[in-house]
Structure formats: structure tokens, C-alpha cells
Design a protein around this ligand. Structure first.
Ligand code: PEP
Ligand code: MN
Length: 486
């Protein structure tokens, strides 16, 4: 079907739209999949485009454009996530909540690459395993919203839904289908610069990194962090001295891209039937006689389903179940254990190890009551997943002055609880999922700089959720690493 989703309220975010006559009650796994089969399902966060012709022009253009990422890279990440699921590697994923087209800029990209690199070195030191790095970048342009409208400067306007649909400025809130194509080019340009910088040595571990620990107020903490940095620096120097880098492996690192797969028209147009690469691992139950090809989403290496769009019979789950890519599922406090297992059965019927990353985001107070049951449910189902903790989304609060923020202590508390609960259940935390920026913003409270609520107005620049700044993010990496080192 090429029918557009039906109109709900003419604008903004629909709760769940049901297509009349759609087989919405048939379990997803019993129907044939195609890149457009999601259109037969009810869709949450539907977009009500007014100009369907303009949308079709954009989608036709997108379908012609080349892949942004390739199956070889996607499968390489999938194989690495298998290692994470088996406890042989650790996953670091981070970036902005809402990436703006304006972040497609030299300094913003450089600072994010460097921050993710530094955090990963600290984690390698602490966890004593290779670290798989995935940026929420080069395509994180679509945002689910809880309300179709919001009030800006006393005026009610359509909600900002991410640069792929409308603009943040109140006079840019109408949905503009040309932005779909613009999102592609901003993704491609960002990733092109990331690739060029990695190839040119931005992540060359032979080069000294500036760790800037001067902000850490507590002298004991500061010397603790200095010791970790000295240990990392010494190890790298030693490896160079003994010539341990004959393959040039220390000259660059892998950095994968990811975003929420929210806007299915966009994702569909970049979903291509492509030959499996040579690093492809056939699933145990792979049918003989298939054509050696699969459906790859070539807009990013990794995509995830948001907590608001993970309905078992919904359009997003339907779309995701046909992809070869490794995928994530956000798991919030409203998820039931049986539901979680049914979801895994739908999106990963072949039970590929590490195909699915469960990104748990309960909140520091709810993690205790929820995570154990989910770990046990998944364990008894036989699925082997990557367990990743997103300590951001369950810990968002609004200050007395009405500013959306997160306390560093709450974020750390949810990660610490997750680490412990997994251990208590014979499971292990595979990674962390963070909202962060390489810039010196003041959006989250706490950390060793000692930011307080009154400081939030100093440099609060997020267009969606509050992010850890570069110091807070690095500090979180030190603390997680410290958990393993004791
Ligand atoms: C997000 O990651 O920015 C997000 C919207 O998360 P969730 O789906 O977990 O609410
Ligand atoms: Mn967010």
C-alpha cells in the first residue's frame, strides 16, 4: 500500500492512527514484510503532511540517492554487538537528544568525536574490554513529542518535531517536506567529515589528548582522575615504544552512527535490498536458496525504536522487524516482561545474538523494581541481547523556574543500580546510552564542576532534552570505569 497515514487532527502529533481495513489485529510476524508493510499498521507519532505531492517528490529523490552507510559497515557493527552481548566488549553510545542541521559544523563535530574517544579510552581502561562506539549523530533529526503543540513566548505553536520536519523557530513550525531531503544531506555531510577526520588522524592514539581536568574542584577526585589519565597515557606510550602498532590500529578507531527510526517514510526510502557482505554471519535458521541479499537501512548503522513507538502491533515494530541492521529498543517503566519477550520474538525471530540492544530507561527510583523482572524474563526466553542503560530519559525533571534538567547524581545512581542489578542476576551491563555534547553547556545539574540549578541559564542551548556537557560526560565515564576497577 502507498496510502498515506490517515489524518487525525490535521496537524501535530497524533496518538495512534489506525488505518481503516488494516490487518491491525494480525500478529506482525505472520505477514509478509516489505519496506512499506508498516503502512498497514497503526502508527504512533504520525505526521500529518499537508502537501503530499511535495512529500512524494522528496521521497522519490531520497530513493535515488546512494546509501549513507554500507552493509559491510553495518554487519561489522552487528558482529561487534554480538561480542558485547557475549560479554567480550562494552558499548558506548552518545550524542545530542535532537541533532540540529546547524550542528553540521566543524567544531561541534570535532568536539563530539574527541569526547566519545576520550570516554571510550577511560572505559577500556576500566572495563578492560574493547569499546564499541556509536554516535547519536549524522541523522538524529526526528523527535517524538508528548503534545502536538507547545507554548513559546506566550503563543501556542505546533511542537518542534526535529529538523527533519520543522524548524525550532516559532515561525518555522509548519511541516516542510523539503526538510526530508535536507536531513539526508546533513547526515551525509556530517558523516563525510567524521570519516575524513578519522582518516586524517583525529583519533590517532599516538597524539597526546587534552584531558582538561582543571575544573574538578575536589582535589582528591582530581588526583584520582589524573592517575587514570596517566595510566592510559603510559600504556599508549609503551605500546608505541615496543612497536605494538604494526597494523596501524592505533591511528584510528571505528565510530558508528545511530538515530531513532521514527520517521518511517524517510527510513523506508533509504532501505535497500543489498547483497550480504563477506563478513555476514548467516543466522542459524537461515533458509537455503535465498538470493544472498537482505534489507539494509542505509541511513545509519544502528537504529532504535523509541519508548513511545514500540507497540507490538504498530508500524514501527513492523518496519524494524525486516531490517538486517542491529537495532535498539527503548524500554521504559510501562513495559511488561511478557510484552518485552513478545517484542523480541517479533523483531528477532532468528534469535541472532546481539542483534537487539535493550536500552533500559526507567529512572533512578524505578530501576530497582523493573530491571530484575526484565532480565529474568529475557533470560528465560533464551534471547541473548545487549543490555544498555540509558540513565537520562527516566530522570528528567523540571526546576521551580520551569527549566527541564537532569541531576548528575540521579544519572549516576541509575547506572550504578543497573550495574548491580545485572550482577545480582548473573547478567551484565553491556553499555551506556547518553545524551551529551562536546560543548560547555549548562543543562544538567551537578558533576565535579558543581553546577547548581541557578547556573542552568548560563549556557542552556539544547532544543530538546538536557545533555551532559563534556566534563560531566567524561566524569561519568571515570565513575563507570571506577566501578569495575574498585
Ligand atoms: C530519546 O532518546 O531522545 C528519546 C526520545 O527517548 P525515549 O524513546 O526513551 O523516550
Ligand atoms: Mn532525549
Amino acid at each position: 500500500s502507498t496510502q498515506p497515514p490517515p489524518s487525525q487532527n490535521g496537524k501535530g502529533v497524533a496518538a495512534t492512527a489506525t488505518v481503516p481495513n488494516g490487518p491491525a489485529t494480525t500478529p506482525a510476524s505472520q505477514n509478509a514484510w516489505s519496506p512499506s508493510s508498516w503502512k498497514t499498521k497503526p502508527i504512533a507519532q504520525a505526521v500529518m503532511y499537508e502537501n503530499r505531492e511535495a512529500v512524494q517528490r522528496s521521497l522519490t529523490k531520497l530513493q535515488r540517492l546512494p546509501p549513507i552507510v554500507t552493509p559491510t559497515e553495518i554487519v561489522k557493527l552487528k558482529n561487534s554487538l554480538r561480542d558485547v552481548a557475549l560479554g567480550k566488549a562494552f558499548l558506548l553510545q552518545g550524542g545530542d537528544c535532537a541533532e540540529l542541521f546547524d550542528y553540521c559544523e566543524e567544531n561541534a563535530i570535532d568536539s563530539k568525536i574527541k569526547l566519545l574517544l576520550q570516554m571510550s579510552l577511560v572505559l577500556i581502561w576500566g572495563v578492560n574490554k574493547p569499546v564499541v562506539r556509536i554516535a547519536r549523530m549524522a541523522g538524529q533529526f526526528a523527535k517524538p513529542r508528548s503534545s502536538p503543540t507547545e507554548v513559546v513566548n506566550g503563543k501556542t505553536v505546533p511542537s518542534f518535531r526535529g529538523d527533519i520536519l520543522n524548524g525550532y523557530q516559532p515561525d518555522e513550525r509548519d511541516i516542510d517536506p523539503a526538510r526530508l531531503v535536507s536531513a539526508y544531506f546533513h547526515s551525509a555531510t556530517t558523516l563525510n567529515y567524521v570519516r575524513a577526520q578519522l582518516a586524517s588522524g583525529i583519533a590517532d592514539l599516538h597524539k597526546p589528548l587534552d584531558w582538561e581536568l582543571g575544573h574538578v574542584r575536589d582535589p582528591e577526585l582530581q588526583s584520582k582522575y589524573q592517575r587514570i589519565v596517566a595510566s592510559i597515557t603510559d600504556s599508549l606510550r609503551f605500546m608505541r615504544t615496543v612497536g605494538a602498532d604494526t597494523a596501524g590500529q592505533l591511528q584510528t578507531v571505528d565510530l558508528y552512527t545511530s538515530h531513532e527510526g521514527l520517521l518511517l517514510e524517510y527510513e523506508q526510502s533509504l532501505t535497500r535490498r543489498l547483497r550480504h557482505p563477506s563478513n555476514y554471519r548467516a543466522a542459524p535458521s537461515q533458509e537455503a536458496g535465498d538470493d544472498g541479499k537482505g534489507w539494509y537501512n542505509t541511513s545509519a548503522h544502528f537504529l532504535w525504536i523509541g519508548d513511545r513507538t514500540r507497540q507490538l502491533d504498530g508500524a514501527h515494530v513492523e518496519y524494524f522487524r525486516g531490517l538486517e541492521n542491529p537495532i535498539g529498543i527503548k524500554v521504559g517503566p510501562s513495559m511488561d516482561g511478557d510484552e518485552l519477550v513478545r517484542l523480541l520474538d517479533i523483531v528477532n525471530p532468528k534469535r541472532e545474538v546481539g542483534k537487539v540492544t535493550l536500552i533500559t530507561r526507567y529512572g533512578e527510583k524505578k530501576v530497582e523494581g523493573m530491571l530484575s523482572a526484565h532480565v529474568e524474563a529475557v533470560k528465560s526466553s533464551g534471547h541473548v541481547v545487549v543490555w544498555q542503560c540509558d540513565p537520562m530519559h527516566g530522570n528528567t525533571i523540571t526546576t521551580a523556574l520551569g527549566i527541564k534538567t537532569r541531576y548528575f547524581a540521579s544519572i549516576l545512581s541509575e547506572v550504578s543500580s543497573a550495574l548491580r542489578i545485572h550482577q545480582e542476576h548473573g547478567s551484565f551491563l553491556g553499555g551506556v546510552h547518553l545524551e551529551l555534547t562536546g560543548d560547555a553547556v549548562t543543562e544538567c545539574v551537578g558533576g565535579s564542576e558543581g553546577l547548581v540549578e541557578e547556573d542552568l541559564s548560563l549556557n542552556y542551548t539544547t532544543f530538546c532534552d538536557p545533555r551532559l556537557n563534556e566534563k560531566q560526560a567524561l566524569e561519568l565515564a571515570f565513575l563507570v570505569a571506577g566501578h569495575y576497577r574498585g
